[in-house]
Design a protein around this ligand. Structure first.
Ligand code: AMP
Ligand code: MG
Length: 360
């Protein structure tokens, strides 16, 4: 589908009314959520869903997350809400937790990629919630990027990927979290994490403590072990066009110099590398700035997020910026694998793996 120009809208009442009207007419509109920008289409309209898959270039076997505004609206897309799902949503909704449940018989199977289960969440973003309420239909809203590109965390990212292919984007600035929701299969009695995300393993443990028998569900390793159950995680994801090298905190500069050496030895003329540093002391680093005359001359310091949450917020923007600047590689220091750090490291490893980089 081709839309000559994609309208960039603000968040005034009349603009959100326009956004809702476009969606009700079966058009595609990108909307901000607390995680990343989502590309919305009405979930009850197979034509709109088909256009959504085409606009994203998304493989048709990768199911979509459906967004609803309230617990009551869950009944429109699910066959029934399990006690486990009720417990999790009580704690985390509205918020970045997606639960997989049995799908409502009337939900078009294009949304679920033919599965009899549906992934659904209640987003925690005033704009998204307002548009959902105005539409009064569930909205499918996968991340608003071309398939295989990093998720968009601002409206410019959306336009870069989907400009001319969707009706509109509602611009509400950068997203608060920057990483996608956690996807949990909640059909049984214990949660199975299908995709790591903004709700951490620790959060889930706390929510289930005393309710779900201890030891009845896996640790964070479940995220990888259960991969086949989240169809989308099979696909090439988070893969920028340039190699991403994951370094330990504090070792990014050394890694970057080594990568430069490898590139030069392989014959790349004047290679340039992006560097993102993290960890203690990152903010207002006391260490010396990059030596612009020595071995570090071709390293561009793209940023120094102060903690895992800050890296989560900016990670996808760093990946996109490195590409735009035509850099030959990107070195990113990791973070400790606790709380949101787990999801950050999950994305970084995927980026390193998919781009042919390295992970230390
Ligand atoms: P995205 O909307 O692009 O952030 O991706 C949605 C994620 O949820 C993908 O990893 C999907 O595979 C996963 N997902 C969506 N629906 C289901 C489902 N019914 N069962 C398991 N995983 C799902
Ligand atoms: Mg996505």
């Amino acid at each position: 589908m081709s839309v000559p120009t994609t309208r960039r809208m603000g968040t005034s009442g009349s603009e959100l009314a326009d956004a809702a009207a476009l969606l009700l007419a079966g058009e595609l509109v990108a909307l901000p959520t607390e995680t990343v920008y989502g590309l919305a289409a009405r979930a009850d309209d197979p034509g709109a869903i088909a256009r959504l898959f085409v606009a994203k270039g998304r493989p048709s076997d990768n199911p979509l997350i459906v967004h609803v505004a309230s617990m009551a609206a869950l009944a429109r897309v699910t066959a029934h809400v399990t006690p486990l799902a009720a417990l999790l949503l009580e704690r985390f909704a509205p918020g970045p937790l997606t639960v997989v449940l049995d799908a409502h018989p009337d939900l078009p199977r294009a949304v679920t990629a033919g599965l009899d289960s549906v992934a659904v969440r209640i987003p925690d973003h005033p704009v998204m919630l307002e548009v959902l309420r105005r539409c009064d239909v569930p909205l499918a809203a996968p991340s608003a990027n071309r398939s295989g590109r990093p998720s968009p965390t601002n409206a410019m990212h959306v336009l870069d990927d989907l400009g001319g292919r969707i009706a509109a984007v509602v611009d509400d600035g950068p997203t608060r979290i920057g990483l996608e929701s956690t996807v949990v299969d909640a059909r049984g009695t214990a949660p199975i994490v299908l995709r790591a995300g903004a709700v951490s393993h620790e959060d889930l443990l706390r929510a289930c403590s005393g309710v779900v028998p201890e030891g009845s569900w896996g640790d964070a390793a479940t995220v990888r072990a259960s991969e086949p159950r989240a169809p989308g995680t099979r696909h090439r994801h988070y893969a920028p066009d340039i190699p991403v090298h994951l370094a330990r905190p504090g070792e990014g500069r050394t890694t970057a110099v080594a990568v430069l050496g490898t590139l030069r030895a392989a014959g790349t003329e004047r290679p340039r590398i992006g560097l993102v540093t993290t960890g203690p002391g990152t903010a207002g680093r006391s260490e010396a700035p990059l030596d612009t005359t020595g071995p570090e001359a071709d390293i561009e310091h793209l940023g120094a997020p102060i903690d895992a949450s800050a890296l989560a917020r900016d990670l996808f923007a760093f990946l996109r910026r490195a590409e735009e600047r035509g850099l030959d590689a990107l070195v990113i220091e990791g973070v400790e694998e606790v709380d949101i750090g787990r999801a950050v490291m999950d994305r970084l490893r995927r980026a390193a793996e998919a781009s042919g980089g390295s992970a230390s």
